[in-house]
Design a protein around this ligand. Sequence first.
Ligand code: ZN
Length: 270
Amino acid sequence: MDLCLIDKTVELLIAADHAIVLTGAGISTESGVPDFRSPGGIWERYDPTMFFIERFLAEPEEVWRCLLDMHRSSEFSLWDAQPNKGHMTLAYLEKIGLIKTVITQNVDNLHQKAGSGNVIEFHGNMLFVRCLECRKTYGYEYVLRELEESFPPHCECGGLLKPDAVFFGEAIPQDALRTSFREADDCDLMLVIGTSAQVEPAASLPRIAKGMNSHIRGFGGIPLSKPRCHVIEINWEPTPLTGQVSDFLIQGKAGEVLHTIEQKIREKYA
Ligand SMILES: [Zn+2]
C-alpha cells in the first residue's frame, strides 16, 4: 500500500465538492461473499441458467429450489455476510459529508448493512424478493414463512416472488442508470473500488466522470467540456482503467486501504 497515494486521496476527498464511489465484487471478498465467476465460485456449483429470467419464468419451482439451497448453504452465505472495514469506511465518509453516493455492482446489501444511506444498485439486491405483479418487496423471513403454505413463494396479492437481483436477460433498473450517469457527470472525484469496471453500465462511469466519450474505448476517447475530475482506483491488481482513465491506482485489499484512509481522516477531524 502506497502511503503517499493514501495521503493524496485524503487530500482530494477533503477538497472535493462532490465525491462518489463505484464498487464491485472486490470490496466484498473480505466479507467472505462468494464470487460468481472465479474458480470455486457460485457458477462452479450452481447452473448459471438458473439466473436467466426466461428460466425463472418457465420453471420457477426449479429456480426457487436452487435459491433455497444457496440460502441454506453455509458455504455461500450471502445472507449472513457482514460488512467489512471497507464498507464501514464508506458509510463513515458519507456520514461526515465527504462522499455523496455509492454506486455498486454488488447484490449483497453490505453497503446498507454498514450504514450507507445513498446507495445505487445496478444489479438489484439478492437479500430481498419482489412480487412480479405488484412490485412489493419482502425479506427472506416472509419467504420462509410463506414456504410453509405454498411453493414457490407468492406475494400477499397472489403474484410470484422473484429475488430482487437483476437476472440475466433483465434490464438494469432505469432509475439506477439515470441517477448514476448523472452522478458520474456531476462528480469531481470518483473512487473505483474492487472492480475493473469492464462491464456496462459500470464501464461507462469512470469515463463519463473524466469527461471522456463513454462509447469510445481503449485509449479513453474524446475529452468533453467537463470540470476536472479525479478518478482513483483501489484494486488488488492493475486494470484496464489503470494509466488510461484513472489518475492513479492504490494497490491493495480494499478493506485495508479504506481503513487506512479513514484513520488519516479521523486524525485530521479529531
Ligand atoms: Zn404482489
